[in-house]
Write a protein that binds this ligand. Sequence first.
Ligand code: GTR
Length: 765
Amino acid sequence: MEYRRIITAAAVILGLFLTRGLPAQNHEEANYDEAAIPPYTLPEALVCNDGTPVSDKETWEGIRRQELLDIFSEEIYGRLPDADISTTYNILEEGSPALGGKAVRRQVEIVFRRDSICRKALMLMYFPFTDEKVPVFLHFNFQGNQTVSDDPGIIPSEYSRRPRGNQKNRWPVGKIIDAGYGLATIHYFDFYLDRKDNFTESVMPLFGYRSAEDVPDDGGMAISAWAWGYSRAMDYLETDPSTDASRVIVAGHSRLGKAALWAGAQDTRFAVIISNDSGCGGAALSMRRIGETVNEINKIFPHWFCKNFRKYSWNEDNLPVDQHELLALAAPRPLYVASAEEDRWADPKGEFLSLWHASEVYSLYGYKGMPSPEMPEVNCPVMERTGYHIRTGIHDVTDYDWDCFIKFSDKWLKPRYAVTTLSVNYMREEPDFTAELGNQALMGTPVKILEDSGYWRKIQSPDPYTAWCVDLGLKEMSADEIENYISAAKVICTADYSTVLNALPASQRPKRKSGEDAPEKICDIVAGDLLLATGKPAKGFREVMLPSGETGYVPEEDTAVFSEWLASRDPSPDNIIGSAMNFIGVPYMWGGTSIKGVDCSGLTRMVWFMNGILLPRNASDQAKIGLPVEIAADTVRFPFGTEEGQADSPEFREEMLRRISRLQKGDLIFFGTPAATDSDGNTISGESISHVGIYTGDGKFIHASRLVRISSLIPGSPDYYELSGKMIKARRIAGSGLAEGVEAIADSPAYCLPGTDRRHGRSDR
Ligand code: GTR
């Protein structure tokens, strides 16, 4: 019995030795007592070497970031010299179906040459079956490409005899593919065969070194070589037909987590950086001297860091940087740090605190990092611009870790959608309430979220228009949720203003639900707002659901079933003018596109919207759609815009009557300056549109100018619009059918899913 126990213990120790490559006693003898951590003062990420505080991202990017990179290069990881290394890619396998047909496998040999020296790295890739370029996890492996999966098509890595699928528990390839990501991996030995006496088998001779002795004190060693490998893999991925190179995630476990962090710090092409259980010399703070220490790591792995790092063995207080500053070098890119509860050797708390201290650099960019210095509970990930989890279990890469990496990457790399939830969402040009209003989006509009800054979200509405609105005005949804939302039955608010109540008024309630309590208002709604339809109207009310998921009641007479309403739209001249007249007296608001306030093109857009047509957001774009209507102007006698002093003359009155002679009710009329040409006919300046209105007949038009009003184009009329002489263009949309550029709401893909990113000129409202 006793004998068997000894054998088992020996096997466990041997097992640990084989998997971790160092005697277990180092782990056991280490300090794990928080109380025994000597007091320490972390170097400040946001103070330059000369003492200048860093309070903006310009100083961070212009000065401090480079200072830190230099210190990490000189004192911790070491530099690799510039060397004339040629690289070629041998595509060993273009793309074969794999994993039961759900993925495509591609294998590429990256060949590095300098003079007679040649080194090769074999990259294994899996991609989902799609024509689109996908985001990719670039994550090196410990035991050879063939150990990542049982897939018989994997070409084994040169420096490993490990069996196929040996580490497949660490590589949930199917899950990664199902989530829409590609996976690219290389056996890390291809860059540096991870033993202290294996220098010559590494890529180091490519840099002109014959042995480790040739490497200067600030010269890079294994971790630098692996980080270099990550960047060379990225070079290939930039050419890969399936990879979206702007969305490559550099990730690594343990010593490869250290390498991934160092690669991500130096190479800003990586879009997201992930460290798993990277510990000492990775995410963990060295100054805590708990678990693995600088002394231990330098002793056991003298080939990992630069020789200068040895100065800090038992001398951590003199470190010019600590690892929170390595993490800060990832900013402003999304960064995720993962720890494991039983991985005390890697100091989970030190990994977390390091990320907490890096948060101040993320705040320079308006990003939220770790919300507090308190460690999150086990298995409760935090996902801000930086993310963190500590999970149950040992030093390893588990499905749980991958679930978090995917979720975090989804958050930052996948398109984000939302539906607007306020009656009118105010879209500002900057994330600030004092910033210019650029546009408005009605309730129920599907939008794309492009960026976060505090509680502001940069959104792209389907107009398309890009600007900032507040988080509380949005209900964020996944791609699937937004599709469901778009296809769900809806009601549209047809009244100028109405109210959503949280219950039916007592008099309207079924007897068993009646009570004295008066219903409360949830929010206002305005014309054009969309709500989800949840039931048939009863007793003059409709039950609806707000995009937020809240149920409410709206007066039936203020709403219509959206599909029926759409089918009944007829943008005839009379209907257009009828809708426009409904806006009479509404105040002018720069950026306004709702009954709460409109600018000139906001008025025209809303008027057509209420008739089932989507006009472009701005007047200059509205002037390009529909059919042209000629303005028979005598520009020799009366050049556009020079009417001043002429308005009273009978000749000018006649000229204006001529100009409006071809206009019909409902035509859009545009004011501005025509394109100018020189005597050779070359364009000096392009046409510029500054105002738009809707012609109502008899020389009059309705427009938003100080307020929504009717003005006359005819000189001498009491309501004469003083800039009438600047009318340079007219377009017919009413009655034009669906002429070019005129989109029906009913079949507009741009309205169903957010359109392209396009900002608008700002002088034509
Ligand atoms: C350990 C080493 C750690 C970590 C780990 C690994 O032996 O002490 O720093 O890198 O190896 O890479 O698995």
